[in-house]
Design a protein. Structure first.
Ligand SMILES: [Zn+2]
Length: 457
C-alpha cells in the first residue's frame, strides 16, 4: 500500500475562505481513501506563513523535507501548492527531492496525482510555485508601500502610541483613526507637566506611576503633539488629536537635551555645582571629591579644592535667590518670549532640517562627502548662532514658575529637585567660577547671564 504524508498549514495571510488545518486534514484523509493510500504521517504547521517574508519557521514542513530521502513516504498530500511553500527555492528543492526519491504528490484542489518523473507534471507544479512566490512578493510590496504611504500621510499604524486607542470602522473593522484614552493620556499630561516643572525624570516617572525608562521614551515621542518622525529625520503632521501643547513638548525636550549635553543623566546628579562651575585659573570643570567624609569641589586638574561643598551650594543659592528678587531680572526674559522667540526657534528648525536633509542625501549616496562637509561648514555656525539666539529669547522653563511671583522665591527653590536647581543656575548664569586661595580668597564668582534685549542689570 502507498504510504502518504499529509501536509496541512493555515496561514493568517490567507483571508477568510482559507480552510482550517483540520479541514485540510479531513480532505486529505478522504482523498487518501479514494486513492487507496494509507496516511502514515501528518505534518501540520498552524498559523505560520509560508512566504519568505514570514518570520516564523515551519517545523513540520522542515521535518518532512528531512524524511523524504529516507523513503518513509511514497507520496505527499497537499491542499494546494501554496500550502507547500511559497518560497520559490524551497518549493523547487521539494519538487527535486520528490523526483529524486520517486515520491508522488497529490494536490487536493487539483484532484490530481503528480508524478515528477513526468516532465509535464513537474512543470505544472513548478509553475504554480512561481505564481505563489510572485503573489507573495506582490503582497509584501503592497504591504510595504501601504505602510510607507500611511507613515508619510500621518495615518495611524498598527502600533498605537501610549495614551491613544484605535478607532475602527464598525462596518469593515478597518483602522480609521486614533482617539485619546482619558486615563492614559492623563498620565502623559502629568509626566510632561512634572518634567516641565523641573522635576527629575526619576521623580516625574514615580509620580506618574511608570518606569524611568518609559518616562524618557514617552517624553521624546512626538506622537503626543500629533507628529511623526520619518526615517529621513523629517516630521509629518498626524491625523489625530494632540495630548500636549507643542510649547510644552519643546520645553521638556530642551530640558532633556540640556541634561544630555551636560553629560549627566537626567535625575542622577547629586551635587549642585559639579560640572556647572569652572576653575577660574585653568577653566577645567569642578567635580566633587570627598576627603575625610566631607564633600568638596575640586578642579579636575587640581588647582582648587573647596570644602565643604555644602557651603558653596549655599552661597550659590543665596546669590540666585537675590538675583530672582531683583525687579526686572525675570521680567525681561518674559517680555521676549513671544513672536521674536518663535521666529528664532523657527530659524533653528529650518537650519536643522536643511542639515539633516544634506546628511540624509549623503547617507543615501546622492551627495558627495566634500559637498556635505561644505554644507556643514556653512550651516554649522549659523545653526549654533540661531540656537544661542533662540535660547536667549526664550524664557527658560525653569524660570517660568518664578515669573508668577505668587510665592516667595525661596519657597519655590526649596521644593525644586536638584536637577531643576541646576537648570535654574544654568539658565541665569554665564559662569560660576572657583578660584584658588592665592587668587581672590577662594571665592566663587557668579557671572549672571545678561537679560535679553541688552538691558543689563
Ligand atoms: Zn584648575
Amino acid at each position: 500500500m502507498t504510504s502518504a504524508a499529509l501536509v496541512a498549514r493555515v496561514s493568517s495571510d490567507q483571508g477568510g475562505r482559507s480552510p482550517s488545518v483540520s479541514e485540510q486534514i479531513e480532505a486529505g484523509r478522504k482523498s487518501a481513501i479514494q486513492l487507496g493510500w494509507d496516511v502514515t504521517g501528518i505534518f501540520e504547521d498552524e498559523d505560520l506563513s509560508a512566504s519568505r517574508f514570514a518570520v516564523a519557521d515551519r517545523p513540520a514542513w522542515r521535518k518532512l523535507q528531512k524524511l523524504l530521502p529516507d523513503r518513509t513516504f511514497d507520496a505527499v498530500i497537499l491542499w494546494s501548492p501554496s500550502r507547500g511553500s511559497r518560497e520559490l527555492e524551497d518549493w523547487a528543492a521539494f519538487l527535486s527531492r520528490c523526483r529524486a526519491y520517486s515520491v508522488l504528490i497529490y494536490v487536493i484542489t487539483h484532484k490530481r496525482v503528480y508524478d515528477l518523473s513526468v516532465s509535464r507534471d513537474w512543470k505544472v507544479l513548478a509553475d504554480d510555485g512561481v505564481t505563489s512566490a510572485y503573489e507573495s512578493e506582490m503582497k509584501s510590496d503592497d504591504v510595504r508601500r501601504g505602510i510607507e504611504g500611511a507613515k508619510a500621510a500621518g495615518k495611524p499604524l498598527a502600533s498605537v502610541p501610549f495614551g491613544y486607542v484605535k478607532v475602527r470602522d464598525p462596518g469593515n473593522g478597518k483602522l480609521t483613526g486614533l482617539e485619546i484614552d482619558p486615563e492614559k493620556s492623563a498620565k502623559v499630561r502629568h509626566l510632561f507637566a512634572a518634567l516641565d516643572d523641573g522635576e527629575s525624570v526619576t521623580d516625574a516617572a514615580k509620580q506618574t506611576g511608570i518606569s524611568r525608562q518609559q518616562a524618557l521614551h514617552l517624553a521624546r515621542n512626538p506622537a503626543f503633539i500629533a507628529q511623526r518622525k520619518l526615517d529621513d529625520g523629517s516630521y509629518v503632521q498626524c491625523q489625530w488629536e494632540a495630548i500636549i501643547t507643542q510649547d510644552q513638548y519643546r520645553r521638556v525636550n530642551e530640558i532633556l537635551a540640556e541634561h544630555a549635553n551636560a553629560g549627566i543623566k537626567a535625575g542622577r546628579s547629586r551635587s549642585l555645582l559639579a560640572y556647572l562651575a569652572y576653575c577660574g585659573k585653568c577653566r577645567a570643570p569642578m567635580t566633587t571629591e570627598t576627603r575625610k567624609d566631607i564633600a568638596g569641589y575640586r578642579c579636575q586638574r587640581g588647582c582648587v579644592f573647596y570644602t565643604p561643598a555644602l557651603q558653596a551650594d549655599q552661597l550659590a543659592e543665596q546669590a540666585v535667590l537675590y538675583w530672582l528678587k531683583q525687579k526686572g531680572n525675570i521680567e525681561r526674559y518674559g517680555a521676549a518670549d513671544g513672536a521674536e522667540a518663535e521666529l528664532a526657534r523657527d530659524e533653528v528648525t529650518r537650519l536643522s532640517v536643511r542639515l539633516d536633509e544634506a546628511r540624509g542625501s549623503y547617507a543615501s549616496g546622492r551627495l558627495p562627502l566634500a559637498a556635505l562637509e561644505g554644507i556643514e561648514r556653512d550651516l554649522g555656525p549659523a545653526l549654533k548662532e540661531a540656537r544661542e539666539l533662540a535660547r536667549k529669547l526664550t524664557i527658560p522653563p525653569v524660570l517660568q514658575r518664578f515669573k508668577r511671583r505668587s510665592r516667595a522665591a525661596s519657597a519655590i527653590w526649596n521644593e525644586m529637585s536638584l536637577v531643576a536647581k541646576r537648570d535654574l543656575l544654568r539658565a541665569c548664569t554665564v559662569a560660576i567660577r572657583f578660584w584658588p586661595v592665592s587668587y581672590e580668597g577662594r571665592f566663587e564668582i557668579i557671572t549672571w547671564r545678561p537679560a535679553p534685549k541688552g538691558e543689563e542689570e
